[in-house]
Ligand binder design. Structure first.
Ligand SMILES: [Zn+2]
Length: 415
């Protein structure tokens, strides 16, 4: 795997980067799950140094690998998360009502995954096009009746699709904006593919929640940008886009859904939701250095607490397993130096991950049924953002006296 030299300039505005948010050291790529045959080979470790631009305030991680290396065999299938599928269905209902979408409209989704969202528009008779870089995931979408173009999205792809008649009335990007290695090319593509009065709807984790809730485990190599509304408005403005509305969502521990249109469109007046989020970010001083100072020591404290908990469990002869082989779990486990001696296994519903091993920590991944067999004393929930869904699904854990634990924002034994 090629190693790209550390970038010293902001991905968006090209200002030299001199400020650190937190340096998480060197770790393997979060989504590079290992097969049993890979275990005797060394893994590549890449720096996970998060910086904040002093000019535009984009929080960012340098690119450690090429997009093809990161996303070529992407093991994430959106439809394996029940709460995310429900979220998608509600969004499609809301969007069809709000923007009056019908059989004459076109909905395009960038990073459309396995068609978890667009299938709801298809069912309602609204024409769609998905754009998805991972061929195996796109194949699942097509099998579900969602027309899908296999491509990385950027200006070149947008121009090709526009020429092919795919200009969008509604252009959606859920949890992709933060993952693009070239945010300028990507945003230029979004602006290109919109119809003159079309609506762009992007969802991404809110930087304000990351900072206030110590969500450092959402930092990983595949996640290049950590966005506030403030910086998003700057990036959009540079590419002829104007944000006219924003909603705060509970997904991924606190996300923003930003709605934008072409700067020249008069069809979309600014909505009141914008002022509230702008004010929240101003109060958190996200446009000043102070907004970012003090984060790193909080990360150190979270790691120390988890390590102490695992040491104590081991001393008392209690077993600990984990739930959810998600990217964020890998950041937490690897930053804390945790191995299979401390956490016996991770269980996950996604069959593509079962039988593999977590990168770095090399903890084996099994189907959730494995917990019934092992009956661990503690189950550490790695995707803490869906802890309610997991504790409900795995209610039997409490039946054998097991306890659920989360590590973020602070170590908590769930009642
Ligand atoms: Zn910048």
């Amino acid at each position: 795997m090629s190693t790209v030299p550390p970038s010293v300039c902001c991905q968006f505005c090209r200002e030299p980067l001199t400020r650190t948010l937190v340096d998480l050291g060197k770790t393997p790529l979060s989504n590079s799950y290992l097969a049993a045959k890979d275990l005797d080979r060394p893994e590549g470790h890449f720096p996970l140094h998060t910086r904040v631009c002093g000019k535009c305030r984009l929080v960012q991680v340098e690119a450690a690998a090429t997009p093809a290396e990161i996303f070529g065999h992407y093991a994430y299938f959106s439809s394996y998360s029940t709460s995310w599928v429900d979220h998608a269905r509600r969004f499609s209902e809301l969007a069809r009502a709000r923007w009056g979408l019908n059989e004459a409209s076109k909905v395009v989704e960038v990073a459309s995954n396995d068609g978890y969202l667009l299938r709801h528009f298809v069912a309602a008779g609204v024409p769609v096009l998905g754009v998805e870089p991972a061929a195996n995931v796109a194949e699942s979408a097509r099998a579900a009746g969602v027309e899908t173009d296999v491509a990385f999205f950027g200006l070149e792809t947008a121009q090709r699709l526009k020429n092919a008649g795919h200009a969008a009335d509604l252009l959606v990007g859920n949890n992709v904006f933060a993952h693009v290695p070239d945010i300028n090319d990507f945003t230029a593509g979004l602006a290109c593919l919109l119809k003159p009065d079309g609506v762009l709807s992007l969802e991404f984790p809110h930087l304000l929640r990351l900072i206030e809730d110590v969500q450092f485990d959402t930092i990983y190599h595949e996640h290049f940008s950590y966005l506030s509304l403030l910086t998003t408005e700057r990036i959009f403005a540079a590419h002829g886009l104007r944000v006219f509305d924003v909603a705060e969502l509970p997904t991924h521990g606190g996300s923003l859904r930003v709605m934008a249109c072409l700067a020249a469109s008069t069809a979309h007046p600014e909505r009141p939701g914008l002022a509230k989020v702008r004010l929240d970010e101003e109060r958190a001083r996200l446009d000043q250095d102070e907004g970012y100072e003090g984060f790193a020591p909080k990360v150190t404290a979270v790691c120390a607490d988890l390590q102490a908990f695992l040491r104590q469990a081991q001393a008392e002869g209690r077993t600990v397993a984990a739930y959810g082989a998600a990217a964020k779990g890998n950041t937490l486990l690897n930053c804390c130096g945790i191995t299979a001696e401390q956490i016996i296994c991770v269980v996950d519903r996604n069959p593509h991950k079962q039988g593999c091993f977590m990168p770095g920590s090399r903890i084996p991944i099994h189907a959730p049924e494995k917990l019934t067999e092992l009956k661990p004393d503690y189950v550490l929930i790695l995707p803490w953002n869906i802890k309610d869904e997991i504790t409900a699904q795995m209610a039997e854990v409490r039946g054998w006296g097991g306890q659920f634990v989360i590590a973020i924002p602070s170590l908590t034994l769930l009642p």
